[in-house]
Design a protein. Structure first.
Length: 311
């Protein structure tokens, strides 16, 4: 209805750049939802992973790729720690990741306060500005340049989507993760190393959360303690709208991508239409509630059909 929505520079490009970040965040939550658990520390893991990369750039002068790898390793170790505590203690993932969220929040604040004056690492490695403002139009090959509306930041998001899709759709390990989420006891009796699959799911969640944090830092231009603070709700919106079940056992990678795009299109569309922040939050909350309600209705109808068939 509003032609301004299709402006490449001011609407479409920022929308796709945000979609790249939040798609990775959604995948991070989806990995844990696949085993019937949740990661409430996804935002803080993103902050710590970005902080590790920022410290490498600030104090060690690492390249963009090398610093990012360090951040991903740190994120993976945090996810591994969360999974290990859950497996060893049998404490609910909600409690463990919530406690970890508070602990990491304090850690991030202490580190930035101790090592910086402005609570941020501002040193940017070579190539970071290109990822922030660059599009496929800046990449030319054989005399052809890509579309101007697609940001370069979509590249790591696309790689993450392809790898996670292959894991769950094509690999035995992915099927074992889903089986663990569908029924933990049955998977153990079937010979599946359920504990290791839980560790893997949480480790992947930490790695993807750290990747999202690094991508957001590239978008904002600095590594700060505020990174990841807005990741909680979007991390659930994409997967849930895309068909991933909260009870585990069913995921949809492409659904997560489309669910994330849907929420951002709603947000950007309302913003272009002049809606305020309160209206945006109400709209997104309503969409999430509707999606959860649809899942519940579908589950009830499925149980009724199964009951009728058995009778």
């Amino acid at each position: 209805m509003n032609p301004q929505f299709f402006n490449d520079k001011f609407v479409v490009f920022p929308l796709l750049r945000d979609a790249s970040v939040f798609t990775v965040v959604g995948l991070a939550q989806m990995c844990v939802l696949s085993i019937g658990q949740m990661n409430l520390a996804v935002g803080r893991m993103a902050a710590v992973g970005a902080m590790a990369s920022g410290a490498c750039y600030q104090f060690l002068g690492m390249s963009l790729l090398a610093g990012a790898v360090v951040g991903l390793i740190v994120g993976g170790l945090l996810g591994l720690l969360a999974g290990w505590i859950i497996v060893r203690s049998h404490v609910n993932a909600f409690v463990v990741t919530l406690a970890l969220d508070f602990a990491l929040l304090g850690l991030v604040t202490l580190v930035y306060t101790a090592l910086t004056e402005n609570a941020a690492f501002s040193t940017k490695p070579e190539g970071m500005d290109l990822f922030r403002n660059g599009s496929f139009a800046d990449v030319c090959a054989f005399g052809y340049c890509g579309p101007r509306a697609i940001p370069l930041l979509a590249i790591p998001a696309l790689l993450a989507v392809l790898l996670i899709h292959h894991l769950y759709a094509r690999s035995r390990t992915g099927r074992e993760i889903l089986a663990t989420g569908a029924n933990l006891r049955a998977s153990e009796l079937s010979g599946i190393p359920a504990g290791k699959r839980i560790l893997l799911a949480h480790s992947l969640s930490g790695i993807l959360a750290a990747l999202a944090g690094i991508m957001l830092a590239a978008t904002t231009g600095s590594f700060s303690a505020a990174i990841g603070s807005e990741f909680m709700i979007p991390s659930f919106l994409g997967p849930v709208l895309g068909g991933t079940l909260l009870i585990g056992g069913v995921v949809s990678v492409m659904g997560t991508v489309l669910g994330t795009l849907l929420t951002l299109v709603i947000r950007m569309g309302l913003s272009v239409a002049g809606a305020g922040l309160d209206t945006l939050n109400i709209a997104l909350g309503s969409v999430l509630l509707l999606a959860l309600s649809v899942q519940r209705v579908q589950r009830i109808r499925r149980r009724k059909k199964d009951k009728e068939v058995s009778e």
